[in-house]
Each structure stands twice: as structure tokens, then as C-alpha cells.
Design a protein around this ligand. Structure first.
Ligand code: SF4
Length: 318
């Protein structure tokens, strides 16, 4: 039986929008009532256009951003209200890999110092630190000699390996990877994805993998949540989603993905317009101004996520 590692219930993150003195305050609904379960050992892909709230969701789960509402259960324990000190202890088990490691690696510190920081911060005894350092750089495909170098001495792919090593230093259970390969060349992307898959197998890791790139998500995920304007619109096993997407937004995203078979007939669905502002989302179905299948009801009634063909879909068509 699959064991839940993480559950989020009704997770919401609002950002206030500054207006004039006498105007009502308004809010950007960056994440709007997300419910999801992540099981031990799986990779949950989160996909959507830039600005759909997927990175904010990842940061809220780790409480790098404080959620406005909702529960976050990690191994059955609600961590959404934990005081800072207790949350710091929980973060040992939940780590993040960022899109551009160069932005998050201190250029004045050597790699050995950067990787030791989390160990010091969590009070790992001195006698364990060196062996942990050496083991971790090795499993990400670097070696001891690299510990004495500075971040600028590495290529983009090596820097991402360092970012992954930093996330692994405390032997976490869950890693949230936010666009971890989108800043890399395609050939390097596959090396990093393969590394992440190997690490998952050997270290029994669970991933939440955030990306705008469907082919990357297809490669690495077991299940996929498609997000639009802060909400999940389709949640399905990877194979089901990529074989037959049901939500019109998922259909449009998938139709824009190139296929490896040149003979395969591929009709592209062009999305109308841009992503609407999350501070002033459309009434009814938020996707309706761009939807090729829009009906009258879609303009006024919000579709709820419901079970359709062994997956969850939020659309009046089903
Ligand atoms: Fe399109 Fe209507 Fe479904 Fe929204 S509810 S995705 S507008 S068909």
C-alpha cells in the first residue's frame, strides 16, 4: 500500500496588492485551495505556465513562504502552524533544489563550506561532517577535489549537482525541485534528470518536481498535477495524462509539445490571449476566456475537481 508522506489540504496563499488609502484592499490568489497527497517514493510533477502559482506552492509547502490558509501534513503531522524552531528541525527532512544554483551559492565560499552550512545549522557532530561531505559529493558525480573550489569554477550542470548535493546533505525524505533543469542545455538536462532518478532509487527519495516543460515532467513523474491560475485543473497518473488529457488546458499544453514520431498527426491547440491577472481572475471557470470548448455555464459557474476516468478534472465538460 502506498504511504502518504505529505498531504496539503485547502492550501492558499494570498499576496496583498497595494492600492490607494481609500480603496478596498485586494489580493493576488497565487495559490487557491490546493488539495494533494504525495506518496513515499513517488515523483509528483507540477506543471503549468509561468505565473500559475506552482513555485509559490512549493515554497508554501516548505514554509519558505507562509501560507495564508490550509494544512500541511508531513508524515501525518500538521506543520503549517509550527513555531520557527520546530519548523527548522522538520526542514531537515524536506529540502529544495532551485532553478539557478548560481544565485543561491555564495560566491565567496568554497563548495566544502557551502555544503557544510546545513550540517552546522542542524548540529551534526564534527566527526560525521567530513564523511557526509565526501559521500554526498561523490553520489552526485563530483569528487573531493571539488570541495576546495569556488562556485564560479564550475559549469552550469556541475553547479546544479552542487545544488542537489546541498539538498541531500541532511539526508531528507522529500525534495521539492523548482525548475531544476530549465536553465541548462538540453544535453545536460538529461544528465541531471538521470542523476535525480538514480538518487531517488538509491536513497528512497520522494520528489515534487515543478516545471513548465511537459517533456521533462513526462520523463520524471509518476503522477502529474496541471495548475492554472493557482488551482489544480487536472490531476492524473502520468501515462493517463499524456495519452489522453481531459481538461482543455492540459490538451492545449500537450498539443504544443513536440513528438519524437514525425508521422504522428499532431493538431496544435492555440491558447487565446495571455494568462489573466491572478489579482482579477475571470468569473466562473478561470480558463474560460482562453478555452476552445467554452460553454455558457463556464462563464458563471466554477467547475470543481471531480473524479473522471480514474483521475481528477475541474471542467464542466465532465
Ligand atoms: Fe473550458 Fe468550460 Fe471546461 Fe473551463 S469548464 S475548461 S471553460 S469547457
Amino acid at each position: 500500500m502506498m504511504t502518504p508522506l505529505l498531504e496539503v489540504k485547502g492550501l492558499q496563499k494570498l499576496f496583498p496588492v497595494k492600492k490607494g488609502w481609500f480603496q478596498q484592499p485586494s489580493y493576488v490568489h497565487a495559490v487557491n485551495g490546493i488539495d494533494a497527497t504525495v506518496y513515499e517514493g513517488e515523483t509528483l510533477g507540477i506543471v503549468g505556465e509561468s505565473g500559475c502559482g506552482k513555485s509559490t506552492l512549493g515554497r508554501c509547502i516548505l514554509r519558505l513562504l507562509e501560507p495564508t490558509r490550509g494544512e500541511i501534513l508531513f508524515q501525518g503531522r500538521d506543520i503549517s502552524q509550527l513555531p520557527k524552531k520546530e519548523m527548522h528541525a522538520v526542514r531537515r527532512h524536506m529540502q529544495m533544489v532551485f532553478q539557478n544554483p548560481f544565485d543561491t551559492l555564495n560566491p565567496k565560499l568554497k563548495i566544502g563550506q557551502i555544503l557544510t552550512e546545513p550540517l552546522l545549522s542542524h548540529g551534526i557532530p564534527r566527526e560525521q561532517r567530513q564523511s557526509l561531505l565526501e559521500e554526498t559529493v561523490e553520489i552526485v558525480g563530483l569528487n573531493k577535489r571539488h570541495l576546495g573550489r569556488y562556485p564560479h569554477e564550475f559549469s552550469g550542470g556541475q553547479r546544479q549537482r552542487i545544488g542537489i548535493a546541498r539538498a541531500l546533505m541532511l539526508q531528507p525524505k522529500l525534495i521539492i525541485a523548482d525548475e531544476p533543469v530549465s536553465a541548462l542545455d538540453v544535453s545536460i538536462q538529461s544528465q541531471i534528470l538521470n542523476l535525480m532518478q538514480d538518487l531517488q532509487e538509491h536513497l528512497s527519495l520522494t520528489y515534487i518536481f515543478i516545471s513548465h516543460d511537459l517533456s521533462v515532467v513526462e520523463h520524471i513523474s509518476d503522477r502529474v498535477a496541471v495548475m492554472y491560475l493557482g488551482e489544480i485543473v487536472e490531476f492524473a497518473d502520468k501515462d493517463k495524462l499524456f495519452l489522453q488529457p481531459l481538461h482543455p488546458y492540459s490538451q492545449a499544453l500537450l498539443s504544443a509539445t513536440p513528438t519524437s514520431d514525425p508521422d504522428e498527426k499532431h493538431e496544435r491547440i492555440i491558447l487565446r490571449g495571455d494568462l489573466p491577472s491572478p489579482s482579477n481572475p475571470p468569473q466562473g471557470c478561470k480558463f474560460h476566456p482562453r478555452c476552445h470548448a467554452c460553454m455558457e455555464i463556464c462563464r458563471t459557474e466554477v467547475p470543481r475537481l471531480r473524479e473522471v476516468d480514474g483521475r481528477q478534472v475541474a471542467c464542466h465538460l465532465y
